[in-house]
Each structure stands twice: as structure tokens, then as C-alpha cells.
Ligand binder design. Structure first.
Ligand code: GAR
Length: 196
């Protein structure tokens, strides 16, 4: 049984998940990276960490369903049981949700339900909140709407910039996400509705 991470960008969460899974000897390993951006920096990290990686180009597919079917066949080839979204900037569609119902987690850089979607740290600064944070949640068909598993707050300090806030949020993400995933793998966290 193994895990795939989906990422679109830098991949700092991907790297932290892989490192902690190895250091802590998780019962399932992260064996595959999927990206929708062939130029994404996360691919360099996967190479360095010796994790198999497959890059897809969504415009190569006529429909979102065809794109996700292509991903699904790679997931099946690799025997993937669970999926972690880590900066994957696409809405997961019915094909993947149907195949992996309640087996997909996401990390989002805000205290959901505040600031869903893109650029959550910018949204928090624009709104002027004193506290924002990080949420790990189950993925459903909405944008950052699935049931919440865990959250951690981050203080927005005077003079905070988007960059400084992002750094603080990512520091919290790098601890929270691996901790939640580990609990999921050991059965301490169960999917909505009960047993797997
Ligand atoms: C993370 O902060 C993650 O929470 C966010 O993208 C960043 C990816 O960083 N995800 C979203 O905004 C999803 N709506 P990383 O590539 O360095 O892990």
C-alpha cells in the first residue's frame, strides 16, 4: 500500500512529507509524485529524494475526465491507496474523487472556511485578520470545502508582508501535515462516516 502526493509548485510540503515518512517509518510510503506542471520545482525535489514522478499537461487532454483517467491509470500501476494534495492548484474532479472517496487529503493555508481558493495568505492580509492559519481537510467536490480534520493558527503581526506570512504558514504546514497523515495511517483519524 502506498501514497501519492499531488503538487503544482515548489514542493516544500512534498519534501517534508517524504522526509518525515522515512525518518518516522510510516506504515505506508510515499512512492509517487504527480504534477500538472512539467516545469514545477517539485520535480527536482522528487528526483533528489528518489521518488517516482509523472508530469501531466492538462491541455493535452480534451476533457478534465480524460486528464484524470490518465492520472488514475498511473495511480493504479503504482498501487496507490491514498492521495495527499500539497499545493495542487486544481479542483479534483469526479473521476479521481470516485476512485479515491475519502482517501484524499488537502492542506490549505488558512483557517477554513475563511479564505478558500487561491492566494489565501494575500486574502487574509487584504481582509486585515489578526489570526490566520492552516487547515488539513478531506477532499470533496467543492473548493476547500471538505470536512476539517485539524487546524493550527498563525498570528498576523504588524508590518507582516505576504512573503513573511507565507513563510510562517509554511513552517506550521510542515509540522501539521505530516502529523495528521501519520495519524490517518495508524487509524487514529477515520474518514467521515467511520471505518475505511
Ligand atoms: C502551501 O502553502 C499550500 O497550503 C498551498 O500551496 C502551498 C504550496 O507550497 N495550497 C493551496 O493554496 C491550495 N489551495 P509548497 O509547494 O512549497 O508545498
Amino acid at each position: 500500500m502506498s501514497i501519492a502526493v499531488f503538487a503544482s509548485g515548489d514542493g516544500s510540503n512534498f519534501e517534508m512529507l517524504v522526509e518525515k515518512s522515512r525518518r518516522q517509518g510510516w506504515p505506508q510510503s510515499i512512492t509517487l509524485l504527480i504534477t500538472d506542471r512539467p516545469g514545477a520545482r517539485v520535480l527536482e525535489r522528487a528526483k533528489r529524494l528518489e521518488v517516482a514522478a509523472v508530469a501531466f499537461r492538462p491541455p493535452d487532454y480534451e476533457t478534465k475526465a480524460a486528464y484524470e483517467e490518465a492520472i488514475l491509470s498511473v495511480l493504479r500501476e503504482h498501487g496507490i491507496q491514498r492521495i495527499l494534495l500539497a499545493g495542487y492548484m486544481r479542483i479534483v474532479g469526479p473521476v479521481l474523487l470516485g476512485a479515491y472517496r475519502w482517501r484524499i487529503l488537502n492542506i490549505h493555508p488558512s483557517l477554513l472556511p475563511a479564505f478558500q481558493g487561491k492566494d489565501a495568505p494575500e486574502q487574509a492580509l487584504d481582509y486585515g485578520v489578526r489570526w490566520t492559519g492552516v487547515t488539513v481537510h478531506w477532499v470533496d467536490e467543492g473548493i476547500d470545502t471538505g470536512p476539517i480534520i485539524d487546524q493550527k493558527p498563525v498570528l498576523v503581526e504588524p508590518g507582516e508582508t505576504v512573503e513573511s506570512l507565507r513563510r510562517k504558514i509554511q513552517f506550521v504546514e510542515h509540522n501539521l501535515y505530516p502529523a495528521v497523515v501519520r495519524k490517518w495511517l495508524t487509524g487514529e483519524i477515520l474518514p467521515p462516516g467511520g471505518s475505511e
